[in-house]
Each structure stands twice: as structure tokens, then as C-alpha cells.
Design a protein around this ligand. Structure first.
Ligand SMILES: *[C@@H]1O[C@H](CO)[C@@H](O)[C@H](O)[C@H]1NC(C)=O
Ligand SMILES: *[C@@H]1O[C@H](CO)[C@@H](O)[C@H](O)[C@H]1NC(C)=O
Ligand SMILES: *[C@@H]1O[C@H](CO)[C@@H](O)[C@H](O)[C@H]1NC(C)=O
Ligand SMILES: *[C@@H]1O[C@H](CO)[C@@H](O)[C@H](O)[C@H]1NC(C)=O
Length: 483
């Protein structure tokens, strides 16, 4: 039946071409024929090529006589019909480069999105090549190690970190380029083995000496926060509270990298600005990544970019969300906690889930003036639930990272941090523009929808200190911030 269709189309094609010739020569009756002229190509589009007919250039190329015609079915000598398969176009890019950073004298990390099917069903490989600017120097080449941090989550694209580690140091102040040759090895189409070569990194003399001084210096920051993709209608007031709280917690030598995947509207920008001006916050616009269909605003790509971008500049890096608040007990500081864990490359942090709607009866009528972590004091104490953890790493020993922990580290990981550090999670409050208090309770414990809650005023108790800290640091500019 399909053979018939192919032949019918070929016949139609001939007919069309003849008709067009005919039309051109009989210019006087073009007016009569114009409706038919429009009709033929779009009709062809639907019967022969399964592409949307409203895309004009596709239709035009279908009748472009100089293009190579599709292969036809063939009747073999023994009477068997050998069927033809004709590929058109391509559905996904082999690789979408976000960034590449030098991580050592002989090592680089290249971050991007890769076609997921090529990785699931094929054997895609990446060869790294160092090309020095000085022609007299030798080139170097090595097979890159592939790390897929969001493996199992990706969609059309999956996040890929290519670790290029050369056997000996490469590059010097003369500069050079890191090329990556992405080879499909017959994944996608067994008949073709295509290689796409791209420049992942161009290193100038200045880049190289910058790297060198960073590499040899102690890290600039004690603490660096890598936020994942922010999107949706975020509450400026919640972001304001989060920032004031964490700048106070992490202190002078801390920095916050925020990634805008569409969530930083004017209201949120206004609360970031004073902290950006003071040098605590860097805002990165990553909205472009939305063009490429990956997992959850490509958050695994973003955190890996952040890891490698700041790898040499921070002693410790923290990965958690803007509805989460890190807490260390009064007798300690965040500095003393990480110092006690310095033997570990990574430690994970236990979650304290907080209700996002239960508040105290005593706050009635004044809750709107209180901060989120001040009024949301009911802690979910349901047992036997495996809850997400968040984590911190010493980045120089980390090769790639995830959202809940890193699986690619050199060195030890510990989960035994109870009593030393934890985080309060106010799920669903950050993208809520209304007053969060929905139910006022006059009891130290309550069960709502079969979830038991208990009052925990740990965070409420430090709200005053945090507010005074904000006022001292940036003045009263944010006093009128809205929910
Ligand atoms: C027809 O296709 C060929 C090869 O794809 C291309 O070089 C040529 O420019 C096309 N001509 C027109 C009129 O589109
Ligand atoms: C690449 O991997 C090696 C270990 O396999 C590691 O030592 C190196 O730091 C990594 N490079 C980067 C830039 O992450
Ligand atoms: C594909 O090409 C690359 C580079 O030329 C080669 O190393 C590789 O072996 C080829 N793969 C296959 C499956 O032919
Ligand atoms: C809470 O309940 C106690 C008695 O159980 C009562 O004395 C107190 O006034 C109540 N507080 C508020 C704010 O309603």
C-alpha cells in the first residue's frame, strides 16, 4: 500500500512540475489558475511529506527539482521488495554548549545539554583537543569522561558534563583553544558516524594568568550559594527574608549566585538590588535555556555551571532552594560547623518540614506584618518519611553535582550532621503571593489532614535579629516590600 503512495506522489510530482511550467507559459490565465496553484503544493505537503503545511519553505523545498529525490523502493532479483527509508531534517542538537572552565593545569569541565536518545541508545563520545596558539607547541588530545548528572530525568536533552583531563599540563600564557569533537558513533543513524567539532573554550593570556592566581590563592569566599533555576511568580517578601537571613548566617565572606529562569520580575529584582550593590549577590539570566527541552528548567545544568564557574573561589558551596533556611544551633556558627566537617568533601543536611499555612492564634490581625519564618511555626513531625536532604561541598574535590547531593566527588561524604546543622523547609511559600497564614491555632500541637504538627519557634526567635541585621546592612529601602 505504501509503495502505491510513493508512486502516486512521484506521479503527482511530475504533474505539479508540468503544471507549473504550464502556468508560467500561460501567464494570461494566471488569475484563473492562482487558486489551484496555491492548492497543489500544500496538498503535496500533506500526502507526501508529513510536515505542517503552514510552513512555506518546507513546501517549497518539497518541489525543488534540484534537490536529491528520496530513495525509492527497489525490486531485488529474487523478487523481494527492498523498502527505502528516507530521513529528513534532524530532531535534536548533538550538544548545546553552556560553558567550559579550566579546573587545573591539565583539566577542564565542559557543560551542556546533549541529545538524550544519543546517550540512551547510542555510544556518543567526546574527544577533547588542546590547540595551542603557538604553532610550535604540540597539540594534545584525550577522550573526555562523560558525566550525566540528571540521568533518568532528561527529556529531549539530558545534562552532560564532559571532563577533559589531559595526561600532562596544557596551555600557558600564549593561550590556546579547547576543542571538543562530539562523535555519534552511529547512534541515531547506524549508517552515519558524524563528528561535530566545536570550540568549547578560548583561553587568552589574561585568562590563563587569572586562572593561575585563583588556583594558587586561598578561595576568595568561605561560602558560596549556588541557586537552581528560579521561575514562576515569586514573592518578593519571601525572597527578601531569605536573603537577609542567609547573608547574616554566612557572613562577610559569602556570595550568592541566583539564576533567573523567568522568576525574577521587577518586585524580586528590587529586593535583590541592594544586596547586588553590596557585592553579595550575582544574578545570572538563564532564560535562554528554556528553548531546550530538558528536566525542570535545566536545573542540573545550572548547578554544574555554577560549581565549575566558582570552583576555585569558594571553600564551601551550598546547594538548596529559596524556600529553605539553613540553621545552626546557637552555641555554634556556620564556620565552626564546616570546620568540624572539613575532612569531608561533602555533607548532607537534614530537613525540618514546616507547615505553609498554620500560624499562631496570638498573631491574629498582625500576621501580615510578620515575616514568613517568624509566623509559620508549626513543624510537621510525621515519622517514617524519607525526606529530601540538601548539601554542601568543598568544590575543588567535586567533578559534577546534582540537586540533592553530588555523586561525583573525590573524598568522603557524611550524612551524620544531626544536631549540628539542619534546614527549615517552607514548601510552597515562595511562589505564593497571598498571606500564607490560613489557619490560626492556639495549641502547641495539632493534627491537620492526618499530619501531626508541633510548635517550633527556633526560627521565630531569631526574626528580630535578622530584621535588625537587614536594617543595619542596607537601610530601610525594603521596608515596604510586598508579599
Ligand atoms: C534547491 O535545493 C538545492 C539543494 O538542496 C539548493 O542548493 C537550491 O538552492 C534549492 N533551490 C531553490 C530554488 O530553493
Ligand atoms: C576531572 O576528573 C578528574 C578525576 O577523574 C579530577 O581530578 C578533575 O578535577 C576533574 N576536572 C574538573 C575540571 O572537574
Ligand atoms: C566514528 O568516527 C570516529 C572518528 O573518526 C572514530 O574514532 C570511531 O571509531 C567511528 N565509530 C564508528 C562506530 O565507526
Ligand atoms: C489560648 O487558649 C488559652 C486557654 O486554653 C487562653 O487562655 C488564651 O487566651 C488563648 N489565647 C488566644 C490568643 O486566644
Amino acid at each position: 500500500m505504501f509503495v502505491g503512495v510513493v508512486w502516486n506522489c512521484a506521479a503527482e510530482l511530475k504533474l505539479v512540475l508540468t503544471a507549473i511550467l504550464f502556468l508560467f507559459s500561460l501567464i494570461t490565465i494566471l488569475q484563473f489558475m492562482s487558486s489551484r496553484f496555491n492548492f497543489i503544493p500544500s496538498n503535496l505537503g500533506t500526502t507526501c511529506v508529513s510536515t505542517p503545511t503552514n510552513i512555506d519553505y518546507v513546501t517549497v523545498s518539497a518541489i525543488n527539482a534540484t534537490a536529491t529525490p528520496p530513495e525509492k523502493d527497489e525490486i531485488l532479483e529474487n523478487g523481494v521488495i527492498k523498502r527505502a527509508f528516507n530521513p529528513f531534517g534532524s530532531a535534536a542538537y548533538t550538544f548545546i554548549l553552556m560553558s567550559a572552565y579550566r579546573g587545573g593545569l591539565n583539566t577542564f569541565a565542559v557543560m551542556g545539554l546533549a541529545s538524550k536518545p544519543l546517550h540512551v541508545y547510542g555510544k556518543q563520545s567526546y574527544r577533547c583537543e588542546w590547540v595551542p596558539n603557538d604553532d610550535l607547541q604540540e597539540k594534545a588530545s584525550v577522550l573526555g569522561t562523560q558525566i550525566l548528572p540528571d540521568w533518568g530525568y532528561g527529556r529531549v536533552y539530558t545534562v552532560l558534563v564532559v571532563n577533559c583531563t589531559f595526561p600532562t599540563p596544557v596551555g600557558d600564557i600564549q593561550g590556546g583553544k579547547l576543542l571538543v569533537h562530539a562523535v555519534t558513533n552511529g547512534g541515531g543513524d547506524a549508517k552515519s558516524n558524524t563528528t561535530d567539532t566545536f570550540i568549547a573554550l578560548t583561553e587568552t593570556e589574561k585568562d590563563f594568568s587569572n586562572f593561575f592566581s585563583k588556583f594558587n590563592r586561598p578561595p576568595k569566599y568561605d561560602f558560596l550559594y549556588c541557586g537552581s533555576s528560579l521561575y514562576g511568580n515569586l514573592s518578593p517578601q519571601r525572597v527578601r527574608e531569605w536573603l537577609a537571613f542567609h547573608v547574616r548566617l554566612f557572613g562577610d565572606k559569602s556570595h550568592f549566585v541566583i539564576h533567573d529562569a523567568g522568576g525574577i520580575h521587577d518586585g524580586v529584582m528590587a529586593v535583590l538590588k541592594p544586596w547586588m550593590d553590596k557585592g553579595y549577590v550575582t544574578l545570572q539570566d538563564i532564560r535562554e535555556q528554556e528553548r531546550f527541552d530538558g528536566y525542570y528548567h535545566n536545573q542540573f545544568l545550572i548547578v554544574n555551571d555554577c560549581l565549575h564557574r566558582y570552583r576555585l573561589e569558594a571553600k564551601w558551596m551550598f546547594f538548596f532552594d529559596v524556600d529553605e533556611f539553613i540553621f545552626v544551633p546557637k552555641k555554634s556558627t556556620i564556620k565552626s560547623v564546616v570546620d568540624s566537617l572539613s575532612d569531608y568533601t561533602q555533607f548532607t543536611i537534614e530537613q525540618m518540614p514546616m507547615s505553609n499555612k498554620l500560624c499562631l492564634e496570638q498573631d491574629r490581625g498582625k500576621s501580615y506584618r510578620k515575616w514568613g519564618f517568624e509566623k509559620l511555626v508549626y513543624k510537621d513531625i510525621k515519622r517514617g518519611i524519607r525526606r529530601d536532604r540538601k548539601y554542601a561541598v568543598q568544590p575543588r574535590n567535586v567533578i559534577a553535582t546534582g540537586v540533592h547531593m553530588s555523586q561525583n566527588t573525590v573524598g568522603k561524604t557524611t550524612h551524620k550532621t544531626e544536631g549540628r546543622i539542619k534546614y527549615f523547609h517552607y514548601h510552597g511559600t515562595i511562589a505564593e503571593r497571598r498571606e500564607p497564614c490560613r489557619q490560626l491555632v492556639n495549641a502547641t500541637a495539632i493534627t491537620v489532614d492526618r499530619t501531626p504538627y508541633e510548635v517550633d519557634t527556633t526560627m521565630r526567635d531569631i526574626a528580630g535579629t535578622v530584621k535588625r541585621f537587614e536594617l543595619k546592612m542596607i537601610g530601610p529601602t525594603l521596608q515596604r516590600t510586598r508579599q
